[in-house]
Design a protein around this ligand. Sequence first.
Ligand code: NAD
Ligand code: ZN
Length: 355
Amino acid sequence: MFYPTSLLTEMSRIFFEETGWEELADSLNKSDYSNVFVLTDKNTNRFCLPILEAKVNQSLTVLVMEAGEKHKHLHTCSQLWRELSELGADRNALLINLGGGVVTDLGGFVACAYKRGIDFINIPTTLLSMVDASVGGKTGVDLDQLKNQIGIIQEPSFVLVDPVFLKTLPENEFRSGYAEMLKHGLIQDRDYFERLSIYRYDIEHIGKSIYHSICIKSNVVAQDPTEKNLRKILNFGHTLGHAIESYFLDHMNYDRLLHGEAIAIGMIMESELSHKHSGLSSDDRNRIKEVFESIYPKIQLQADDISYIKELLRHDKKNRSGKIRFALLESIGKPVIDQVVSDEAIDDAIAYYLS
Ligand SMILES: NC(=O)c1ccc[n+]([C@@H]2O[C@H](COP(=O)([O-])OP(=O)(O)OC[C@H]3O[C@@H](n4cnc5c(N)ncnc54)[C@H](O)[C@@H]3O)[C@@H](O)[C@H]2O)c1
Ligand SMILES: [Zn+2]
């Protein structure tokens, strides 16, 4: 292991690999939890729970939800709250969320609201949840097609990151998380972006980059936990990316587009917006398109798709006073927030992606 074993800030406690497992064992021994629940989805139940059970010699009560974004909804929460109640979970219960961003986002929210809050620990099992969802304390669920519309910001007791879980993760999911890492390079560190620009599906060596990405995100979050200003830079690619993701979620005739695949498209489009609005050079814009196109499949969008996506944009919760505000780039590594762009510029950005 060639990176530090923990990252401790005022906001969050993140432990890596063996140090994480020691922290978990310590916490279970020392804390007087009345009951330890583990939330999994169908896949992490099969692939990840055996790894957890082999590391913990204590009885765990396992809760299972269906896998996938379409289950990141209040009705799944209600079902889990009911199960926790029926199983006699009290204020001193612990919930361990073992899964990708869906399980950690939803499980975090379930824990925060159950009896006004019980302790929870996140063990992310996808690349995306390791580098992104595990940092920053955002929990929540979708409301209809509006992503993350309901939720609160609350840090878990700690996060345990171990790339061992990635061994069973399908490669397209790995690639999806990789998009967030590329984003970290784009908003803070050009060299890191270039290091990642040649995609490798290499779980043995990904740990160091996971650590670097977590450092970038947690450094941003520490300066602006409630997203008043700086934290908005993490939304680069996400304003258009979220609208595209929601659209595909809503239209079942399309194959599901993964979060990272959607924001990869969003980042290409928003690099064109950056070129027009915030001075991103054409070299940087072209480089961003070239790198993403070499890693992610190109999606064809028809006129109907585009008008629906633009309609979804209007609902974007980050809009203020009816205006859509973007986090853009001045150059690779240098972001700028609160950029208001015209409808025509959005049309041009979509056309740039499709060209
Ligand atoms: N809280 C935040 O700050 C934050 C940040 C980014 C994304 N998110 C949220 O995260 C979600 C996306 O997360 P995700 O990409 O991890 O999706 P996910 O949780 O749906 O996981 C992707 C798929 O991989 C499966 N899986 C998970 N771990 C596995 C493993 N080790 N082996 C085999 N299969 C495994 C899951 O069952 C699922 O089918 C979105 O809802 C997004 O809004 C939250
Ligand atoms: Zn994201």
